[in-house]
Design a binder for this molecule. Structure first.
Ligand code: FES
Length: 211
């Protein structure tokens, strides 16, 4: 039986485009899928004058659909302004690929989420965020869904690794249910800081290990 993929999906899976990492990116993001436990990382370079995406690369720990969608959306995003690139949807990507099996829709959603988060990261790091929602524990919790728990491959919220979050005058305190000397403690702490520190009204992030 042949695989239920379009020829274009198979072609992009065999010869993916824009795979890799950009050293010194202007924006980057990592997204994980709760549906399958896969992960994607997206890196972008942006021309500050024109707000045009000059380079974009991705790394995928996902399936063929994810790799094909990552290839197509990075091709679509290159040369667009950040505002135009934000509007690319997973349906656009799936159409461009000649369709995806419905059960694989989440794989393209994952790739699009990665691109949008990398753009968001770029905007936060460059003071370009327009809708300035105040950072609350709920907002932090949502963002922590992008921090993976390396012990399971799922995020730290879904795996109940976060005990408590408080936000006061720009200081975010996050309590993690692990001992400080746990082999993954430092990696998780770095990942949390990387995701929360760029938020527009956050001045400091303190990670406590409280097992
Ligand atoms: Fe996980 Fe496709 S099944 S990304």
């Amino acid at each position: 039986m042949g695989l239920p993929y379009s020829e274009k999906v198979i072609e992009y899976f065999k010869n993916p485009k824009n795979v890799g990492k950009i050293d010194d990116p202007d924006g980057k993001a990592q997204e994980g899928s709760p549906a399958c436990g896969d992960m994607v990382k997206v890196y972008i370079k942006v021309d500050q004058e024109t707000q045009t995406i000059t380079d974009v690369k991705f790394e995928s720990y996902g399936c063929a659909s994810n790799i094909a969608t990552g290839s197509i959306i990075t091709e679509m995003a290159k040369g667009k302004t950040v505002e135009e690139a934000k509007k690319i949807t997973w349906e656009d990507a799936a159409d461009e690929l000649g369709g995806l099996p419905p059960i694989k829709a989440h794989c393209s959603v994952l790739a699009i989420d990665g691109l949008r988060s990398a753009i968001r990261d770029y905007e936060e790091r460059h003071g370009l965020v327009k809708e300035k929602e105040p950072t609350t524990p709920e907002v932090v919790e949502k963002r922590l869904k992008r921090v993976m728990n390396p012990m399971t491959g799922l995020d730290v919220i879904r795996t109940d690794l976060i005990h408590d979050i408080s936000v006061e005058e720009g200081v975010v305190d996050i309590h993690v249910d692990l001992t400080e000397d746990h082999q993954f403690a430092n990696a998780i702490k770095e990942d949390i800081k990387e995701k929360i520190e760029p938020m527009w009204d956050v001045e400091k992030v303190v990670v406590h290990f409280v097992e």
